[in-house]
Design a protein around this ligand. Structure first.
Ligand code: ARG
Length: 460
């Protein structure tokens, strides 16, 4: 058996079960690119500070290039007995170039190394997620444009509430996604500090330059406190919290579209290309992608909870428990990107069924609140007008008709404030036309929102 990089004081080798239980190479090899980036910056700094020679630095840099090429060409053998990505790469470098490679770990611990890798990895992951969010926003926007004048029932408590323009509803999702981007950018800015040089926990007596490695890796600055640098995982907790909120937004979208695709609603039809069938019921066409978007949000939330529980009882500084931080983060990122991409695909492959929606609109007295506003304009206090319209609705319920079917005499039997012009407020089309407040579902207000987003997302 090969002597471990940390094997100096050990007289016995680790038993297989322990080796297998403690290794992380099976998953942390995903950090290889960032591990090599960190090592390049570290080696250059060591040479600049006179801690290693320039010729050793060059051998190290060349060796790291070759290792990177080997990994990317699929020719690198990841060894479980070398435990993790850091020691796999370092041991390989030693095999390749010998003595100079043994100087690379000067003034560095895996504790600061792993966090350097991980912060860099998360930074890239955030950029990818933001790109996926943008794609979904663009898809929602083009769906909104395709259905510009389409009125749909708006719901509260899943009961018919007021008529809204479909683009208004779709743009609500665009807004939520934009706040998701904001949260990710906040998280990115807060995590972009360098742990490198914190070493095991206490820093080092060797004359390193942490500002130099921080700059080289595109960090804002080195973390101020070496114990903090190797102890905390709040940056991943924040990252996965942001992902969880995005996941919840997508899950709600999934729920809404699954519901709308049902026979009972029938408001939208997904194309065959984004649907799946049943192995027993030949007639079935299911909106599985959006059901899975809803379902996979559970994983993203679960990943966050795993990390919260992982961290809650840990004393400072590094504890091996923290090795368990990678898989939930990798899973969360993979899952949220999949959810975003599939939602964007789904959005591009659905049709809203104007006829079905049209049929649904008369039911549910969607114009009742507009009618109450009408009475307010006639000088009636809102509470009173609410009551009068309530009575009008009750009359409709007994007559089995819509508000617009009531005669003026019917209305006047409830209140003399009703006039001939009441009919300009009734029916969903008229009702929608009356909206005008900032951010409302009035067509001009929605057009303004649409213009805002088209400009913001750079679409013409
Ligand atoms: N594989 C370890 C992790 O992911 C690297 C740090 C190990 N440090 C140590 N002192 N054993 O956390």
């Amino acid at each position: 058996k090969e002597l471990k990089l940390w094997g100096g004081r050990f007289e016995e080798s680790v038993i297989d079960a322990v080796e297998k239980f403690t290794e992380s190479i099976t998953y942390d090899k995903d950090l290889y690119k960032h591990d090599i980036m960190g090592s390049r910056a570290h080696a250059s700094m060591l040479a600049h500070q006179g801690l290693i020679s320039v010729s050793d630095r060059d051998k190290i840099l060349k060796g790291l290039d070759e290792i990177e090429a080997k990994i990317e060409g699929g020719n690198f053998v990841w060894r479980t007995d070398r435990e993790d990505v850091h020691m796999n790469i370092e041991a390989e470098l030693i095999d390749m170039i010998g003595e100079p490679a043994k100087k690379l770990h000067t003034a560095r611990s895996r504790n600061d190394q792993v966090l350097t890798d991980f912060r860099l990895w998360c930074r890239d992951a955030i950029d990818q997620i933001i790109a996926s969010i943008k794609r979904l926003q663009v898809a929602m926007l083009s769906l909104a444009r395709k259905n510009e004048g389409l009125i749909v029932p708006g719901y509260t408590h899943l009961q018919r509430a007021q008529p809204v323009l479909l683009p208004h509803l779709l743009l609500a999702y665009v807004e939520q996604l934009e706040r998701d981007v904001g949260r990710l950018l906040d998280c990115r800015a807060r995590l972009n500090f360098s742990p490198l040089g914190a070493c095991a926990l206490a820093g080092t007596g060797l004359p390193i330059d942490r500002f130099m490695t921080s700059d080289a890796l595109g960090f804002t600055a080195p973390l101020r406190n070496s114990i903090d640098a190797v102890s905390d995982r709040d940056f991943v907790l924040e990252f996965l919290s942001a992902n969880s909120i995005t996941a919840i937004h997508l899950s709600r979208l999934g729920e809404e579209w699954v519901l709308w695709a049902s026979e009972e609603f029938g408001f939208l039809t997904p194309s065959d290309s984004v649907s799946t069938g049943s192995s027993i019921m030949p007639q079935k066409k299911n909106p599985d992608p959006m059901e899975l978007v809803r379902g996979k949000s559970a994983r993203v939330i679960g990943d966050l909870v795993t990390l919260l529980v992982l961290c809650k009882g840990l004393p400072h500084a590094y504890n091996r428990d923290l090795q368990e931080d990678k898989e939930p983060v990798f899973d969360s990122v993979r899952t949220i990107i999949g959810m975003l991409e599939v939602s964007a695909e789904f959005a591009q492959n659905i049709t809203f069924n104007q006829e079905r929606i049209q049929k649904a609109l008369p039911a549910g007295y969607l114009d009742a609140t507009t009618l109450a506003d009408y009475l307010v304009k006639k000088g009636i206090p809102f509470r009173t007008s609410h009551d009068l319209v309530g009575k009008s609705v009750a009359l409709c319920v007994s007559k089995k008709c819509q508000l617009q079917d009531l005669s003026l005499d019917d209305f006047r039997s409830i209140s003399p404030a009703f006039d001939e012009d009441v009919y300009e407020y009734l029916g969903v089309e008229n009702a929608v036309k009356k909206f005008g407040s900032y951010g409302s579902t009035g067509s001009e207000c929605v057009a303004n929102q649409l213009d805002y987003w088209l400009a913001k997302l750079g679409i013409d």
